[in-house]
Design a protein around this ligand. Structure first.
Ligand SMILES: N[C@@H](CCC(=O)N[C@@H](CS)C(=O)NCC(=O)O)C(=O)O
Length: 369
């Protein structure tokens, strides 16, 4: 058995990109293993209960699933070059942006991939040679067609619906401009080295926007500072990623419009999901996993509205950030709330979500909490 960690995933996968960039930055030795069909459908399913990537297999043969759990476990094992800021405002902000990067951006990443057929050639090549590495091309193509069909089937649920394309496109261009303006000032979201915030955002940027031919050419390449950040994230060196976070627990002014968008768009999404969960919870069997998706919610996106299915899992990511806030000493909580209040942060701290346990890609709610 390998003494190293093994990362099972594909470079085109959102959450694999997040973990891959993280492991590289931390200089944790690992085998980058494109996951094949047997491993994905059977071994991973047996070990984690899900057909999912990424999974990190430890040298002790533990199979860790969920990018956030993987990072938590690795941070405990490898505390050097921590991606978790030590000061309260930056620490909380890192978890908040992780949640936003992981969850809010999924429809954008799916839209910029699946709405542009030119992206399919790379997907077919990469996924085909990963799934069935030893089999002929035509069989690889058939296997990819099936996987692509499953992924395309998820598009309407996550909100990739033709009538919403204009709202999504406008939002994306505006947000990428804000990010580009930020990275013109600072190497990373919170300063001179990457934090959990950057790893949340890199999921969408590494595997999807920065790699699929259409968005890489049309959206990322023209924004040189965003492109340079992505390059630092993908290929970290002590020279390009070894700086300090902003002094005095500061947040850059260029991060403020991004945080404002999180509070006026992502938080209403969390509220909407919470509402859907509270509708079913009173009659839902205790200790049973909630459905992966609940009925549609409608949330602000830029100056428009955006409809998508509610994912209870997303609340677990919000709970993760709230837990970090609540674990701070009272004085530090006051500092964090005061710093974020002018940007609309009150809405986040007012969230009242039932206690959730993660189980694979779903959650179990504590109905007696
Ligand atoms: N929250 C999980 C999400 C993992 C995830 O959604 N992975 C995608 C590929 S990027 C997948 O395998 N999806 C299969 C599915 O949704 O059924 C994580 O952070 O690892």
């Amino acid at each position: 058995m390998s003494k190293k960690f093994t990362l099972y995933g594909w470079h085109l996968s959102y959450f694999t990109g997040k973990v891959l960039c993280y492991l590289r930055y931390k200089r944790i030795p690992f085998v980058d293993q494109p996951v094949d069909m047997l491993t994905l459908m059977h071994r991973i399913k047996r070990k984690t209960g899900e057909v999912v990537m990424p999974v990190l297999r430890t040298p002790d043969d533990e199979w860790l699933q969920d990018s956030s759990l993987i990072i938590d476990r690795m941070e405990a094992l490898y505390p050097d070059a921590s991606v978790l800021p030590a000061t309260p405002v930056q620490r909380f902000t890192a978890y908040l942006i992780e949640a936003w990067g992981d969850e809010w951006w999924v429809p954008i990443a799916m839209h910029t991939r699946w709405s542009y057929p030119e992206n399919y050639v790379l997907f077919e090549n990469d996924a085909g040679s990963a799934l069935l590495p030893k089999l002929p091309r035509f069989m690889q193509r058939m296997a990819v067609k099936k996987v692509a069909g499953t992924l395309r089937g998820m598009l309407p649920a996550v909100g990739v619906r033709r009538e919403q394309f204009a709202v999504m496109d406008t939002w994306t261009v505006n947000m990428l401009d804000l990010l580009d303006a930020h990275f013109a000032q600072l190497p990373f979201l919170l300063g001179g080295r990457p934090t959990l915030a950057d790893y949340g955002l890199v999921g969408t940027m590494y595997g999807h926007l920065g790699r699929d031919p259409w968005p890489a050419r049309e959206l990322v390449a023209p924004r040189v500072h965003l492109s340079a950040w992505l390059e630092r994230m993908a290929h970290p060196t002590p020279e390009n990623s070894g700086g300090e976070l902003l002094a005095d627990d500061a947040l850059a002014p260029t991060l403020e419009p991004i945080l404002r968008s999180i509070f006026t768009e992502f938080v209403p999404m969390l509220d909407g999901i919470n509402q859907r969960v509270s509708e079913i919870l009173p009659t839902f069997p205790a200790n049973k996993r909630l459905p992966r998706r609940l009925a549609d919610i409608s949330v602000p996106m830029g100056s428009g509205q955006f409809k998508r299915a509610a994912l209870p899992y997303t609340l677990w990511m919000a709970q993760r950030a709230l837990d970090v806030f609540q674990a701070l000493p009272a004085g530090e909580q006051t500092l964090v709330a005061a710093r974020l209040q002018p940007l609309g942060g009150d809405t986040f701290f007012a969230l009242d979500i039932p206690r959730l346990r993660r189980n694979g890609l779903r959650v179990v709610a504590d109905q007696h909490g």
